[in-house]
Design a protein around this ligand. Structure first.
Ligand code: NAD
Length: 261
């Protein structure tokens, strides 16, 4: 289904890069006016220009979303520009590595602020406007909202927490007609993944390993995940709230030890 988002306004956090960039481009191509919120002004301004150069509608609003007053200011700008909000797509996030031994309290706060508090702030600032439009929120969790790897204590904790956050907010907001859902991607080809792979002594080998660990044999592109966001934000998902849709190329499926092995 190709959703028609003409006359809809979408706030896309973390919209300057990776998955958020993919969401901004896809929703713009389907007619939405896009407000990109990100702390990276260079990339955010550049993407807004790319979209408007395509004849579509976009603006950039700089904000560190972990700081409440910055989010309030950014959403005031969005309201001033477009006068409404129909969709909030939350993608801002960071990855940090560490166990309980090696994660410092500063690192813990950094991850929780970027991955969890930024989502709370974005939702809190947008919800009065989403109630007016009976809009939709789509939050980017991860397969690490359901499972984990070694050495990602804070990241996994934040992504598990988002699944509860989605469910709790979906229940509270149902009476207002605001739907709240999430997406749990496996590996996606973005700067976050590329930087993580580059930190390995053998990045080419690791990239192949990551491809092969997904049963579909591929690393997702941002547009693959953006399509899920468009579905969850669109009319085709009118009866869906509180769900986190796993879009992981089958990554979470296998259990080893079958006789065929
Ligand atoms: N890439 C993957 O394999 C993958 C897999 C599962 C989930 N995710 C999740 O998807 C989301 C997007 O990841 P990505 O891979 O596109 O990463 P990315 O690094 O390419 O983009 C993240 C964006 O978020 C912005 N950001 C981070 N902290 C911010 C803050 N405090 N305030 C404002 N902006 C902030 C960054 O500036 C950047 O533009 C993240 O939440 C990530 O955890 C990614």
């Amino acid at each position: 289904m190709r959703e028609d988002f003409r006359n809809k306004v979408a706030v896309v956090t973390g919209g300057a890069s990776g998955i958020g960039e993919g969401v901004a481009l896809l929703l713009a191509s389907r007619g939405a006016s896009i407000a990109i919120l990100d702390k990276d002004s260079d990339k955010g301004e550049r993407l807004a220009k790319t979209i408007t150069d395509n004849g579509q509608i976009a603006s950039f609003h700089a904000a560190d979303l972990s700081v409440w007053k910055n989010v309030v200011k950014a959403i005031e700008e969005v309201l001033h520009t477009y006068e409404r909000v129909d969709i909030l797509s939350c993608n801002a996030g960071i990855q940090r590595y560490g166990t309980v031994d090696t994660t410092t309290t500063e690192m813990w706060d950094e991850v929780m602020n970027a991955n969890l508090k930024s989502v709370f702030h974005s939702c809190k600032a947008c919800i009065p406007h989403l109630k007016k439009t009976r809009g939709a929120i789509v939050v980017m969790s991860s397969v690490q909202g359901f499972a984990t790897q070694k050495n990602v204590l804070a990241y996994t904790t934040s992504k598990h927490a988002l699944i509860g956050f989605i469910r709790a907010m979906a229940l509270d907001m149902a009476e207002y007609g605001v739907r709240v859902n999430g997406v749990a991607p496996g590996s996606v080809n973005t700067p976050m993944l590329q930087n993580a792979v580059q930190s390995d002594p053998n990045p080419e080998k690791l990239w192949k390993v990551i491809e092969q660990m997904h049963p579909l044999g591929r690393i997702a592109q941002p547009v693959d995940i953006a399509e899920i966001v468009a579905f969850l934000a669109g009319p085709g998902a009118a009866n869906v709230t509180g769900s986190t849709l796993i879009a992981d190329g089958g990554l979470l499926l296998p259990i080893s030890g079958s006789p065929a092995e």
